[in-house]
Structures are given as structure tokens and as C-alpha cells.
Design a protein around this ligand. Structure first.
Ligand SMILES: Cc1cc2nc3c(=O)[nH]c(=O)nc-3n(C[C@H](O)[C@H](O)[C@H](O)COP(=O)(O)O)c2cc1C
Length: 202
């Protein structure tokens, strides 16, 4: 494959999306979208998140050092889009109806409509050049009761229907390709024909 160089002004970083829930000083919940998010592990699972500029969400996290990360599934993509394209500093985000309750471990707003939610406590804040990078310990995970029997080590992504963000578009996931370690069933040492597109039924 012949490669070309492109400027790193934009990056292609497709990934699931999260609505970040915080509480304002007057205890009113506030939600927005953050997509500069990754996961890490140090004894317990952590979430890493970058918030740029001045935002209500950032001010709330700097004050309370906690937030919720609510997975955005296909069915709530436009509610999420609303939260991510309106600024709390300009008006209360209450034009579209939604439901919430407070977390079970932290006083963070949990979006009723999200099927997979992390309650996160901030452990480290790194101030960058206008952005802040938050490292947070995941204290609790709330999932839709209908998933209580799922195999947590082999989650069928299709059940959660996460929307995928590939800047600046929203997508939905396709088919399962296979599982870790399956390469032996797809590759031959004497052959460069990579049989990776065969989709396995589960
Ligand atoms: C799809 C999408 C992804 C976004 N990702 C981020 C992000 O990773 N970091 C960030 O600082 N802002 C991000 N934003 C912008 C904030 O969601 C936006 O500024 C929002 O109005 C902030 O809400 P707030 O005023 O309630 O804090 C994103 C917006 C959208 C629509």
C-alpha cells in the first residue's frame, strides 16, 4: 500500500459517544456531549476526558470533581445532539423533555434514557493550553436492567446499539467480525490474502 502524509489538523478517531452529566451550583443537572474520551486502567477502570475552552460542564467538574458518562445509543442520538450543540451559559437546556435521577454512589445526574452509565470521580486534572484533561475513577456502572443476564466479558455490542462518532458524523455499528485470538482461523503463514472480512454469526 502506498501511503501519503496528511497534516494532523484533523484526526480520524471513531468511537462511541457519551453524554456528560454534571450539576450546576444550584443543583440543576446539566448535560453535554464530550467525544475526546478514552478509557484506562490502574487497579480500577478509569476514564480520560478532554474539555476545551470555557464550558459550564468544565466549571461544574472543576468545582465538584465528579460527573456521569452516559452512553449514547442510536435511539437518543438527537437528544445528545441537542445537549452538545446548546450552551448552558446561554440558556437552561430544558426545551426537550428528558428524565434523570441522581447517581447511586455520586451526586451526578444519570440520564434515564441511557442504557450504560458510568459514575466518575475525578482523581487528576491536567491543565493544557486552554483545555483540561480529566482522569476519573469509575466508581459505579449503571446498566439497563434488561441486560442483567449478559456475559460481561463478551458483551454483544449490538444489544447496546451505541452510536459511533466519526468526526463530524454519527454512525451505527455493523456486524460482529469475530473474537480475540481468532486469527488462526483466518490467516495462513504462507499467504498474504487476509481473510478478515468474513463475518461470523454468533
Ligand atoms: C458531537 C459532539 C462532540 C463534542 N465533543 C466535545 C469534546 O470532546 N470536548 C469538548 O470540550 N467539547 C465537545 N463538544 C462541545 C460541547 O458539547 C458543547 O460546547 C456544549 O455546548 C457544552 O455544553 P455546556 O455549556 O453544557 O458545558 C462536542 C459537541 C458535539 C456536538
Amino acid at each position: 500500500m502506498t501511503k501519503i502524509d496528511i497534516k494532523p489538523d484533523f484526526v480520524f478517531s471513531p468511537q462511541p459517544m457519551y453524554i456528560i452529566g454534571t450539576k450546576n451550583e444550584d443543583e440543576i443537572p446539566n448535560f453535554c456531549i464530550i467525544t475526546w474520551i478514552g478509557f484506562s486502567f490502574d487497579k480500577t477502570p478509569h476514564l480520560m476526558m478532554t474539555i476545551g475552552g470555557n464550558k459550564q460542564t468544565k466549571a461544574n467538574i472543576l468545582r465538584d470533581r465528579m460527573f456521569s458518562a452516559n452512553l449514547i445509543s442510536e435511539d437518543i442520538i438527537w437528544l445528545a445532539d441537542y445537549f452538545g450543540t446548546t450552551k448552558a451559559e446561554e440558556k437552561l437546556k430544558n426545551e426537550i423533555p428528558y428524565d434523570y435521577q441522581w447517581g447511586n454512589y455520586l451526586k451526578v445526574p444519570i440520564l434515564e434514557q441511557s442504557n450504560w452509565v458510568y459514575e466518575c470521580e475525578v482523581t487528576k486534572i491536567i491543565e493544557l493550553d486552554g483545555s483540561h484533561l480529566f482522569l476519573a475513577d469509575i466508581k459505579n456502572i449503571q446498566i439497563d436492567k434488561k441486560f442483567e443476564d449478559i456475559d460481561l466479558e463478551m458483551i454483544d455490542l449490538k444489544m447496546l446499539t451505541p452510536a459511533i462518532y466519526a468526526p463530524y458524523n454519527y454512525f451505527k455499528i455493523g456486524d460482529r467480525i469475530g473474537e480475540c485470538g481468532d486469527w488462526k482461523n483466518h490467516l495462513r503463514k504462507d499467504n498474504r490474502k487476509y481473510d478478515v472480512v468474513k463475518v461470523s454469526a454468533k
